[in-house]
Design a protein around this ligand. Structure first.
Ligand SMILES: *Cc1c(COP(=O)(O)O)cnc(C)c1O
Length: 229
């Protein structure tokens, strides 16, 4: 076992222990919280050790990057499950439906329609989360909170998307718990069970507010290299 393999395996254990403790502290069954290991930017040299350590659920934020990395990794381990956690352009919908098992970033009608059409054509059902822009940040994707109920209804009734739940990325400079609570409230009143919220810095808080999926990158794989300008 080399050092990197050892580190990633230890990181995974540490994160899982924290998930279990956070769940227990609010009397939740730890098995109701799934760890989405966010492997964006990293290559097979880091993803393989995570797979070898038993991790099966991964998140990527770009379709093209996933297309370059994951077909080979899936051959190694066909049981891996891949979530798209970054914005999706309509011209990438076909690829996204091929590559991913779950799309967490459905946030507008034209995308919902394109996904419904593509799933129909491909004969493949891909689970969907609706991304909510809980902080109403102009640069961020996601449906605005006041529009969420109508959009959920549309995705359900008009497009018949296999809705799993809601996803959010709170503003970096605000207390995340307010955003987690808001997302949980919108999900509850719409009868949605899944809540994808919480990252390396705040996944334990997210679990206290009901997260069913935490998206953790840095705490599993280490710091990401800064993109070269
Ligand atoms: C990168 C990313 C994460 C993981 O962030 P960390 O802070 O490294 O855990 C989670 N969610 C989304 C949408 C991301 O893009």
């Amino acid at each position: 076992m080399n050092d990197l393999t050892d580190d990633i395996s230890k990181n995974l254990t540490a994160v899982k222990n924290k998930i279990a403790a956070a769940a227990a502290s609010v009397s939740r069954n730890p098995e109701t919280v799934s760890l989405v290991a966010v492997s964006k930017v990293f290559g097979a040299d880091r993803i393989r050790p995570a797979i070898d350590a038993g991790q099966r659920l991964f998140g990527e934020n770009r379709v093209q990057e996933a297309e370059e990395k994951w077909p080979a990794l899936r051959e190694v381990c066909p049981e891996t499950v891949l979530h798209l956690i970054g914005p999706l352009q309509r011209n990438k919908v076909k690829k996204a439906v091929q590559l991913f098992d779950v799309i967490e970033t459905v946030d507008r009608e034209r995308l919902a329609r394109a996904l419904a059409d593509e799933m129909g054509q491909a004969g493949k059902s891909v689970g969907c989360f609706i991304q909510v822009n809980t902080g109403a940040e102009p640069q961020k994707a996601g449906i605005l909170p006041p529009d969420a109920d109508d959009f959920i209804k549309l995705c359900r009734d008009t497009y018949d998307l296999p809705l799993r739940g809601l996803m959010c990325i709170p503003p970096i400079d605000e207390e995340p718990s307010l955003h987690f609570a808001l997302l949980a409230k919108i999900a509850e009143r719409n009868g949605l069970k899944g809540l994808s919220m919480g990252m390396s810095s705040d996944f334990e808080t997210a679990i206290a507010f009901g997260a069913t999926h935490v998206r953790v990158g840095t705490a599993v794989f280490g710091p990401r290299p800064k993109p070269v300008p």
